[in-house]
Design a binder for this molecule. Structure first.
Ligand SMILES: Nc1ncnc2c1ncn2[C@@H]1O[C@H](COP(=O)(O)OP(=O)(O)OP(=O)(O)O)[C@@H](O)[C@H]1O
Length: 263
């Protein structure tokens, strides 16, 4: 199929997905009967207050945690029904960028070593070709390759997040799941990282799930927004529509909180 025909096709589908955590403290239905599609080339924003289930939904989509009920389909194939080998191959197609870049990088590897690591794990190329590709990726995300052999802790938070993004791109994923990727950064740096993600999404034709409690951030990046509350999607709509004409009372409250900032 041509690239243009692929655009708009459903890449990931969550079908009536729920996740129940049980512990001595009790049971939490973190995700409650959620259905959501992410199409090729599309960015879907997920917003909601702390504890609403955004990160859990992201982990379920990535196959990092098993669903309690429902299904996650990637290109029409059910994740949990795959063999270990097929799941490993699929993992390369979905990558995640986390809130805390330092925690997500390997501290004993250099910057370039971190970016090359997924290529090694997936047996791509030779040591030299992996390094060459990792250096290209560092340049792409705005990290000077001259500093490629420094360790992650020698970089600022913003630069660490750029390295983490380069690593997420190494296997040329179809889907990038960003879980609050700018919340741990200074405001000025946040804008730079958002601009980078916006640019990469356009140039690489990536599909993105973008999680944030910050509606203004999601408005900038997302084509569609899903609003979560207590594990449920209470409203999902194209971004402009959601901001112009929210239907759900909770969405209206969230928007009212952000409107003075946007004005
Ligand atoms: N491993 C776990 N075991 C037990 N409960 C969990 C676990 N992970 C998440 N939860 C609970 O599930 C609910 C949803 O959490 P989740 O982290 O998905 O929300 P969130 O919207 O991403 O919040 P935040 O913005 O604070 O990260 C919360 O009540 C949380 O305490």
């Amino acid at each position: 199929m041509s690239e243009s025909a692929k655009q708009g096709e459903v890449l990931v589908r969550a079908e009536s997905v729920s996740k129940l955590f049980s512990s001595r403290a009790g049971e939490t239905l973190a995700v409650d009967d959620v259905s959501l599609d992410v199409r090729r080339g599309e960015t879907v924003g997920i917003v909601g207050e702390s504890g609403s289930g955004k990160s859990t939904l992201a982990r379920l989509i990535m196959g990092l945690q098993p669903v309690t009920s429902g299904r996650i389909l990637f290109e029409g194939q059910e994740l949990s029904a795959m063999t270990g080998k097929a799941q490993h191959a699929l993992r390369g197609k979905m990558q995640m960028v986390f809130q805390n870049p330092y925690g997500s990088l390997l501290p004993h590897y250099t910057a370039v070593g971190n970016v090359a690591e997924p290529l090694r794990l997936h047996n791509r190329g030779t040591r030299e070709s992996r390094r060459a590709k990792a250096l290209e990726l560092l340049e792409l995300v705005g990290v000077n390759p001259r500093f490629a052999d420094l360790s992650p802790r020698q970089f600022s938070g913003g630069q660490q997040q750029r390295i983490a993004i380069a690593r997420a791109l190494a296997l040329e994923p179809d889907l990038l799941v960003c879980d609050e990727p700018t919340s741990s950064l200074d405001v000025s740096i946040q804008a730079q990282i958002l601009a980078l993600l916006e640019e990469l999404r356009g140039s690489l034709g990536l599909s993105c799930v973008f999680i944030s409690h910050n509606l203004a951030v999601v408005e900038r990046l997302a084509d569609r927004v899903a609003v979560m509350r207590t594990g449920k999607i209470v409203e999902a709509a194209p971004t402009e529509q959601l901001f112009a004409d929210p239907q759900d009372e909770y969405t209206k409250t969230l928007l009212a909180a952000v409107l003075p900032v946007r004005a």
